[in-house]
Design a protein around this ligand. Sequence first.
Ligand code: NAD
Ligand code: IPM
Ligand code: MN
Length: 347
Amino acid sequence: MLIALLPGDGIGPEVTAQAVRVLEQVAPALRFEEAPVGGAAYKAQGHPLPPETLALARRADAILFGAVGDPDCDRLERALRPEQAILGLRKELGLFANLRPAKLFAELADASALRPEVARAIDLVIIRELTGDVYFGQPRGIRRTEAGLREGYDTMRYDEAEIARIARVGFETARARAKRLCSVDKANVLETSQLWRDVVIEVAADYPDIALEHMYVDNAAMQLVRNPGQFDVIVTGNLFGDILSDQASMCVGSIGLLPSASLDSAGKGLYEPIHGSAPDIAGQGRANPLATILSAAMMLRYSLNDAAGADRIEAAVARALAAGARSHDLGGDMATEAMGDAVLAAL
Ligand code: NAD
Ligand code: IPM
Ligand code: MN
């Protein structure tokens, strides 16, 4: 099995290095081929997603991705900015279903931004639609109004097929868990969300065993800190899912903990932590690699048919935390590599 290794920018290379060490231990038959992506690729080859990198991603059985984003590149024309690499990979490979699980590790109840008794109940997964919405809708741009003012605009849009297929991922995910699905939208204001809600209700007819609930995104943000234990599976659009998942990360302790899988309709996937390139701590050995290590576990589970390997990695992370492993974001002083060592020792 071939893994495309795309470390990217900032802390991306630091955290992916630790995930590779763990994979080499758990799944020694995997082959890795590395390629530049993001700002690193722009600086080396003039484009954030060079054709060779995209070709490798297509050819590989799965993709392990670090993060992209580089303050040096923030004023480039948008098509050349590092973020276009991850957006381009998602779109080109049809990775429409983004699974972002958030579960409290019991030992980390004190690291959560919430009271321990509230945090302890967290065991949810956010299913975020990843190839549509205002992220990709046309037209968009910055133009002049008749009055001569600059005006920025984007287009929020979903067609019913896009909504139905992500809704099905939500229902199927709920079916394998506690059978509760919460669809998050803003149907009280947005037409896109009204269609979203209508289509989710239509799809629900095929899933009578799943308890479906609808929630406005502002309320969902509030409920996520008030009583996150009420959620099993959340299904939502690209923008709302982006925001709610960063919020969920602090509910379980740190953004350095949340992994993700981005899947196409055949189960091919890209695996990455939900966090970014963290330029503020890059190069300092302060990044928590657990989100990327847990993403590697998701890769074994969803793309490489190795649930036992995934279980081993997840158990090792739990044991390392139980043994006291704490990076800076978790209130400790362990360096990125020491966190990797702790997981390897627990294996
Ligand atoms: P960020 O997630 O990079 O960082 C937010 C904060 O969390 C920072 O203080 C950072 O130090 C901290 N943090 C993030 N990951 C951490 C980890 N593993 N361990 C410890 N602390 C961690 O978000 P940002 O600062 O808004 O964005 C920085 C750059 O990353 C931007 O260019 C953005 O576009 C990009 N970004 C990329 C991705 C991706 O590649 N998928 C995701 C999010 C942001
Ligand atoms: C994420 C990131 C990306 C997103 C950016 C870097 C394009 O925030 O993966 O969560 O908004 O999807
Ligand atoms: Mn994000």
